[in-house]
Design a binder for this molecule. Structure first.
Ligand SMILES: [Zn+2]
Length: 368
């Protein structure tokens, strides 16, 4: 085997790594530009075509003949690469799999990604080039170093969680949910929508989020308006709500309460359970008042009312069709755009705030 061949074999992908990140580490080892490495990988599969150019934060996708060429070039089986690299096996809808020409293209990743924790691995592989990973549903926190991982190409920015132990504790609950329930990502997305519906209504006297915002702003040396929209701020409540709504025994109890005592009693029990799980004793009364007098900024329909209606109208809790319960209408989803969230939470409609957040790597990365 040639010296370069042996070098390539030493650069194994990490579990969940972006294909472009793996190839970037490989090109570092070989001393080749990454685009030249992609072309070299496809050299035996002529005709071949590479569209677009590598840019920070981009992913490289291959069609079927190109994937076969990459496997041959790196001497790694397709199954192994597919298992380790989330973007490798699926190709891309813009790349024709049935075409005999080997096609590679650079696009924006279809999934959120983060920079891997650089403290976790002191190997030369990671020291030479920062590793970009798909965090999946719950790998956005390094538990070993208690860090929230952010996304910035070529850097490894993180948020230290030493002063935010509740975030680390919530992450343990999040991982337990992911391990045990297939719909965990949808449940967390629902929890985020519920908590977002509370966030946009101000909670002016809410000290817990204010403290988290202050810790984060202090750590990143920026104003509180820049960090207010980051998913870390409501994360513990998001997970707590997801775990409550996702618990089958609790859902069975709620359904039977509604059947025996009526919707009003079931709703009050739900509010009280939410108050307990989020550790806010006042929340039950606040939610009850909210159903009587809805804030103009509150999402329509209210996520909790939507969930309750779905629960009482389906048999999802006893093995029936589960999807409708966790199907979120677009109108009540957690807004994916940082600027949209920021303007709702801080009443500052400023591109400068989003630009600062982007500079601090707060606008990308994991989201519910
Ligand atoms: Zn780490």
């Amino acid at each position: 085997m040639s010296r370069r061949g042996r070098q390539l074999l030493q650069v194994a992908p990490f579990q969940g790594e972006l294909t472009s990140s793996w190839l970037a580490r490989m090109s570092d080892t070989c001393g080749l530009h990454i685009q030249d490495l992609v072309r070299a990988a496809l050299a035996d599969a002529q005709p071949a075509q590479v569209t677009g150019a590598p840019q920070p934060g981009r992913e490289v996708f291959f069609n079927r003949p190109a994937r076969a060429a990459v496997c041959h070039f790196t001497a790694m089986p397709d199954q192994r690469l597919g298992a380790l690299l989330p973007s490798f096996a699926g190709g891309h809808e813009l790349l024709d799999d049935g075409f005999e020409r080997a096609l590679a293209a650079w696009y924006t990743p279809r999934l959120p990604w983060v920079s891997a924790c650089s403290r976790c691995d002191s190997s030369t592989a990671r020291a030479s080039a920062s590793v970009m990973m798909y965090p999946g549903s719950d790998r956005h926190i390094c538990r070993r170093h208690r860090r929230w991982l952010l996304a910035a190409p070529g850097r490894c920015p993180t948020i230290a969680l030493a002063q935010l132990p509740e975030v680390v504790a919530a992450h343990a609950g999040h991982m337990a949910l992911t391990r045990t329930v297939p719909q965990a990502p949808a449940m967390v997305a629902f929890g985020a929508a519920v908590v977002w519906s509370w966030q946009v209504q101000g909670w002016a006297l809410e000290p817990v989020w204010a403290r988290r915002i202050s810790v984060l702003a202090g750590q990143l040396d920026c104003s509180s308006t820049v960090v207010a929209a980051h998913p870390l701020i409501p994360y513990p409540e998001t997970v707590a709500v997801a775990r409550l709504l996702g618990a089958p025994a609790w859902r069975r109890h709620l359904v039977s309460t509604a059947a025996v005592h009526g919707l009003r009693t079931a709703r009050q029990e739900l509010y009280e359970a939410l108050a307990r799980c989020t550790d806010r004793p006042w929340l039950a009364d606040w939610l009850a008042a909210g159903t009587r007098l809805r804030h103009p900024a509150a999402p329509h329909p209210d996520p909790l009312e939507h969930w309750l209606a779905c629960l009482l109208g389906t048999t999802a809790w006893d093995g029936g069709p589960a999807l409708p319960l966790w199907d979120l209408p677009d109108s009540i989803r957690w807004p994916g755009h940082y600027g949209v969230r920021s303007s709702c939470l801080t009443e500052v409609r400023s591109r400068e705030i989003t630009d600062q957040a982007r500079h601090l790597a707060l606008t990308g990365g994991w989201h519910p």
